[in-house]
Write a protein that binds this ligand. Structure first.
Ligand code: BG6
Length: 257
């Protein structure tokens, strides 16, 4: 019975807002761990939230991941007059992910489908001090920086720490650190323990965690029962956000407390 399902999810959303202390939660039915279609539903919900929050001249910073890729796939032209001159910008450089999961790929695809412009960040995500100081002088990198600093909206995924470190072919040293420091969550290259403390971050030209606390619209999109602990940990100290998740993650989070 569809009406009952909808009101059941509304109830879950309210519970999750309280438990995670997140201003707004949207839950789609199902569990994306078992049904890939559910990622598309989260993608659709993300596009709807974006449109609800967008203003003309908005600058939208986007990260990577398969969930964000689903949102990009489902994007449609932002034709409304009110949404003129919306720009997309990659929040991170190459993160050692497969190309279809990288922020640049997703940023370009989302912007093309939205019929908006975009600016990519063509640098590796992890940099030595020396490379950082050289690359930061590049005009295209300076433009990225300036766009990221003035971004009005940030859209990002959240992952399980170990899963993400392995997916990115991280060094043995980082894998050990993740174990020793008990990292459970990962978001845009930062790793967090169960209290939401940052246990590892990379020297990067991309978006810095601090920027998310800067009075912008932040949309986090992550689902699947396997991400419950990661979502819970990330929001221990996380910024005010709109969380888009699924029933599988939501139920598991509520069972953890
Ligand atoms: C990316 C984030 O958007 O999504 C990562 O930058 C996050 O930090 C990842 O872990 C999650 O990927 P997926 O494929 O599970 O959506």
């Amino acid at each position: 019975d569809v009406m009952k399902d909808v009101s059941g999810l509304k109830h879950l959303e309210k519970q999750l807002e309280t438990v995670l202390d997140v201003p707004s939660v949207v839950i789609v039915p199902g569990d994306s761990d078992h049904n890939p279609e559910v990622k598309n539903e989260m993608g659709l919900a993300c596009v709807q939230e974006m449109e609800r929050c967008l203003k003309p001249e908005s600058i939208i910073a986007v990260t990577g991941g398969t969930t964000l890729a689903a949102a990009a796939e489902i994007m449609h032209p932002l034709k409304k007059k009110a949404l003129e001159n919306v720009q997309f910008v990659s929040a991170r450089g190459g993160l050692g992910e497969q190309v279809e999961n990288q922020a640049n790929t997703i940023c370009a695809k989302m912007a093309e489908k939205a019929e908006a412009s975009y600016h990519l960040l063509h640098v590796p995500d992890q940099l030595s001090e020396e490379s950082y100081l050289t690359l930061i002088e590049e005009p295209s990198v300076q433009k990225s920086n300036q766009l990221l600093q003035s971004a009005t909206m940030i859209i990002h995924g959240i992952g399980d720490a170990k899963t993400m470190a392995l997916r990115r072919n991280s060094s043995q040293a980082l894998l050990n650190k993740i174990d020793h420091e008990h990292a459970v969550a990962e978001a845009f290259g930062y790793y967090f323990d169960q209290d939401g403390r940052v246990v590892h971050k990379v020297k990067t030209i991309g978006m810095q965690l601090e920027s998310l606390y800067d009075n912008r619209t932040v949309i986090a999109i992550a689902g699947g029962r396997s991400k419950a602990r990661a979502i819970q940990a990330y929001f221990k100290k996380g910024p005010d956000s709109i969380l888009i998740t699924d029933e599988g993650a939501a139920e598991e989070i509520l069972s953890l407390i």
